[in-house]
Design a protein around this ligand. Sequence first.
Ligand SMILES: N[C@@H](CCC(=O)N[C@@H](CS)C(=O)NCC(=O)O)C(=O)O
Length: 237
Amino acid sequence: MASPAAVENLPPPLNSSAEQPPLFDGTTKLYTCYTCPFAQRVWITRNYKGLQDKIKLVPLNLQDRPAWYKEKVYPMNKVPALEHNGKIIGESLDLVKYVDSNFEGPSLFPEDPEKKKFGKELWSYIDEFIKIVFTSFKGEGPKECGPAFDHLESALGKFEDGPFFLGQFSGVDIAYIPFVERFQIFLSEAFKYDITAGRPKLAAWIEEMNKIDAYKQTKTDPKELVEFYNKRFTAQQ
Ligand SMILES: N[C@@H](CCC(=O)N[C@@H](CS)C(=O)NCC(=O)O)C(=O)O
């Protein structure tokens, strides 16, 4: 098993002129995009479980996507998708669970019933959290999305055996971090808003997350992110 801290040489993204890697040749592949927060969840999971040698990254250039991806691999034409055991599986949250239960490495979901229950609650809140924050970018920003970050702050106070959502590091942290990472950068840049001000638990959580090698290597480039979000959200106003 590879170490979660192993620093990889990342393969370059494939564009429309790239040849398709052999399909169903027995290698497990994660079709991904280095800047996609959904795909990042599965990437962190793979790294944390030390599966760098077992799950090969196949990065795509989404702006200039190879046609074979939609035609032959994943008709939804989105990333992430995992090729495993003769099947293609999509949807990032399902994939975090799938990789956790079908591969070796440390388990990402606690057995404790109270933690399981709270984990489910946070798991079903995430899409709403993302929607609230994205919507706020086109509106009043911090005023609208502040309560969603307060919700995270209060959730982080639920278990005292660690700084993570379920105390110890889990799949729930993996589900949230790619988005909190991006929201922190963009709210600071575009609205001069610090999501950690007055939210010490959120601040501590981000700090602890930043120490996790499996995550560190997957972080997005802040400058590119700001450019991309500026185009996507503020330029249309
Ligand atoms: N619900 C999906 C969302 C995946 C998704 O939207 N990925 C984006 C990239 S960040 C994508 O592939 N977009 C390409 C497209 O929609 O054409 C998941 O959680 O995996």
